[in-house]
Ligand binder design. Structure first.
Ligand SMILES: N#Cc1c(-c2ccc3ccn(Cc4ccc(CN5CCCCC5)cc4)c3c2)n[nH]c1N
Length: 239
């Protein structure tokens, strides 16, 4: 998979050289390229923002630099991801879907976002997904890009050493994962649940599933009621 990231703060993406994404790059599973949007500005001040039409606080990112950049960086067939507070939620299902793509391009906005015509323009010939990583407001899209890349990259075949762990993770089966324990069997007077020391694999599996169900009901009632789930196709319909 190739991933291109465009940002006015390319150094923000430096962590991509570390840990999981770094290892994926070394294995040739992930090919990440980071670009500075200001390389596509034409004025001596390298201007990327202007005041919003209709008034309001803050500044909006101008469409021209983005158009020049994406014309060069976004080829036919690539998927454009635009992080935004108003995007469709990033879920494990969406991450799995994105992990099947050959080429992702992530447009990291700043200020109060990118002129809407940029997403609209490229939506004519590309899949464009305005995506949110959570119900809180950040100052830009770079953190979201790091989250998106890690959530997707770890699902690439051959990426994680133990592929089995991917199936037991939170959200994979619509449930939160069960609690984990390791040595010592007793720590500060607290014992590991005895079933985990029993060697009875059927009982251990049943206990873990029960713990997942209880945790999900207690912490994420929204996940506990699948009728409230929305498919990836359903999300696209809300774009
Ligand atoms: N993914 C993700 C995100 C982001 C995110 C992603 C990308 C950008 C680019 C710029 N910002 C800052 C910002 C701040 C407020 C508003 C809303 N304003 C309301 C009044 C009219 C103007 C718009 C928009 C943009 C971003 C934030 N935040 N939270 C997530 N889960």
């Amino acid at each position: 998979m190739r991933v291109d990231v465009v940002s006015i703060f390319p150094d923000y993406l430096a962590p991509l050289g570390l840990s999981l994404p770094g290892r994926a790059r070394d294995r040739g599973l992930l090919d990440v390229h980071v670009h500075d949007l200001r390389d596509w500005t034409r004025d001596r001040h390298r201007t990327v923002d202007d005041t919003p039409y209709g008034g309001g606080a803050g500044m909006v990112m101008k469409p021209e630099p983005w158009g020049e950049a994406l014309d060069e960086v976004l080829p036919a067939g690539a998927t454009l991801l635009v992080p935004t507070p108003s995007g469709v939620p990033l879920t494990q299902a969406l991450a799995r879907d994105l992990a099947t793509r050959d080429h992702l391009v992530i447009a990291c906005g700043r200020y109060e976002g990118i002129d809407q015509r940029v997403a609209d323009h490229y939506g004519a010939d590309h899949e464009v997904l305005e995506v949110s990583i959570g119900d809180y407001v950040l100052n830009g899209g770079e953190v979201a890009a790091l989250v998106l890349i890690e959530a997707v990259a770890r699902l690439l075949p051959g990426f994680m050493g133990n592929a089995e762990s991917l199936t037991e993770e939170s959200h994979e089966a619509g449930l939160l994962e069960y609690p984990g324990y390791t040595k010592p069997a007793t720590w500060r007077g607290l014992d590991v649940p005895s079933v985990l020391l029993s060697g009875d694999h059927a009982a251990i599996a049943a206990w873990r599933h029960d713990q997942s169900v209880r945790r999900t009901a207690a912490r994420r009632p929204d996940l506990a009621h699948p009728s409230r789930a929305v498919s990836v196709e359903g999300l696209a319909a809300h774009v």
